[in-house]
Ligand binder design. Structure first.
Ligand code: RP5
Length: 170
């Protein structure tokens, strides 16, 4: 079955996360993809609690029409690496800020992939989630001029929003 988002459009990006509790972080990626008009789907896929779902998702992602997978997980964060092992689609890993170790455990679990199975690892938490969406957009824009123009406009707006003098609120 092809990957369709809520509006019935072919999803180009799959955002997956290990738990409902990761949504607070991963919603940033989803919001940015919405802003850039990139159809995407969002799923909970846990390496530990739903291993069969992980296997099915990763194995079928490409044939379902997805082009990039963003995988967010915290703690012993095996999700991005396991997905990357099962597909040749680009996988972007977002280390979720864990309660026990403030996301360092998540970061180390995701970033230290042995040579041969890459995961593009982003920063811990919301910045990583946002940048994963932007990186996915940049990958897709290589073959989509209109998206490239939307991305350039997004960057321009970001630049224009930076004031030259700090507002003093003390
Ligand atoms: C990981 O365990 C998830 O990615 C999440 O970040 C972490 C904690 O999950 P919950 O106990 O909140 O469900 O699998």
């Amino acid at each position: 079955m092809s990957a369709q988002n809520q509006a019935g459009r072919q999803a180009q990006v799959g955002i997956i996360m290990g738990s409902q509790s990761d949504w607070e972080t991963m919603k940033r990626a989803s919001a940015l993809l919405d802003e850039l008009q990139i159809p995407h789907e969002v799923r909970i896929v846990s390496a530990h609690r739903t291993p069969d779902r992980l296997y099915d998702y990763a194995r079928n992602a490409q044939s379902r029409g997805l082009k990039v997978i963003i995988a967010g997980a915290g703690g012993a964060a095996h999700l991005p690496g396991m997905v990357a092992a099962l597909t040749t689609l680009p996988v972007l890993g977002v280390p979720v800020c864990s309660k026990a170790l403030a996301g360092l455990d998540s970061l180390y679990s995701i970033v230290q992939m042995p040579a041969g199975v890459p995961v593009g690892t982003l920063a811990i938490g919301e910045a990583g989630s946002a940048n994963a969406a932007l990186l996915a957009a940049q990958i897709l824009a290589l073959g989509d001029e209109a998206l490239g123009a939307r991305l350039a406009a997004w960057r321009r707006a970001q630049t224009e929003a930076v004031g030259e003098v700090p507002e003093r609120n003390d």
